[in-house]
Ligand binder design. Structure first.
Ligand code: WAQ
Ligand code: MG
Length: 248
């Protein structure tokens, strides 16, 4: 199996690099040409803008893949960003995330400069825990077992949501909350035309939330709320490096 990662950005000349899009997954060798093409097409026709740098990383995986479960999926009724904020706040409070940690996370998601990766926030103090705050933690090396993918696509298709965006987010979130140190993940897409976000946790599964932000907004991001005493080095190594395959 191969891990493929793509990141596209506008490097400009002197200005700060601007993140356009990224993608990753674990694939079989014979799928590589197709995936490279898909990732290149996606980078080149992205609604956040035209990249001047696209970096692809392909690595053969030697190690055994760890198997993890797929999260249950549900779409909550939500009509506005204000209502989304209330849903997120009450869900996180019920998971014992403090109100200062909740607010810190929401400000990351609504910040004008989207990060390339996710912010780590300690659930009690609200302290940021990732070593590089501009980049964040980039979750990688996750895939889904072939027959589980078929089954998952049938389930999503019955709900009318079998899109690449939902599939990738669901598999990513399944890896993120498979780490015992992670209490919950909250995600808002940074794509201007994608306004459905989600909150994922082992406790409640993958809960989609429509209208988390206004149409046209370039804001977005991911926040992982982590147990207060988490050793971030081992968590980050799991999220970035440990190859996992979702099975359902
Ligand atoms: N690891 C960590 N953070 C990431 C990763 C990753 N692999 N990929 C993206 N992010 C962060 C980064 O800060 C982006 O700015 C932000 O997430 C949003 O990424 O069920 O499309 O790829 O309909 O724009 C949610 C689907 C879609 C909801 C999320 O995110 C649904 C989406 P995007
Ligand atoms: Mg995006």
């Amino acid at each position: 199996m191969w891990s493929i990662r793509m990141r596209a950005s506008q490097t400009g000349r002197m200005a700060q690099e601007r993140h356009i899009s990224g993608a990753e997954g674990i694939f079989e060798e014979r799928e590589l040409p197709k995936i490279l093409r898909e990732f290149a097409d996606r980078a080149l026709s992205h609604p956040r803008g035209k990249p001047d740098s696209i970096i692809m990383t392909l690595e053969a995986l030697q190690e055994e893949l760890r198997r993890i479960p797929l999260l249950d999926v549900e779409t909550l009724p939500c009509r506005s960003p204000a209502q989304a904020r209330r849903i997120i706040t009450s869900t996180l409070s019920s998971l014992a995330v403090s109100s200062s940690a909740i607010d810190r996370g929401l400000s990351v998601l609504l910040s004008p400069n989207a990060m390339r990766g996710a912010a780590l926030i300690r659930a009690y103090s609200g302290r940021r825990a990732e070593p590089d705050r501009e980049r964040g933690v980039r979750v990688s090396r996750f895939g889904i077992e072939r027959s589980s993918l078929r089954k998952m696509r049938r389930m999503l298709s019955r709900a009318g949501i079998d899109t690449i965006t939902v599939r990738e987010a669901l598999i990513l979130a399944s890896k993120v909350v498979s780490a015992p140190q992670v209490i919950a993940e909250v995600c808002f897409s940074d794509d201007p035309d994608y306004t459905t976000g989600y909150i994922a946790s082992r406790a409640f599964g993958y809960r989609r939330i429509p209208h988390v932000k206004k149409q046209g907004s370039l804001r977005g991001g991911r926040v992982f709320y982590i147990a207060e005493d988490t050793d971030t080095e081992s968590l980050i190594s799991y999220l970035e490096r440990m190859p996992v395959l979702t099975v359902w």
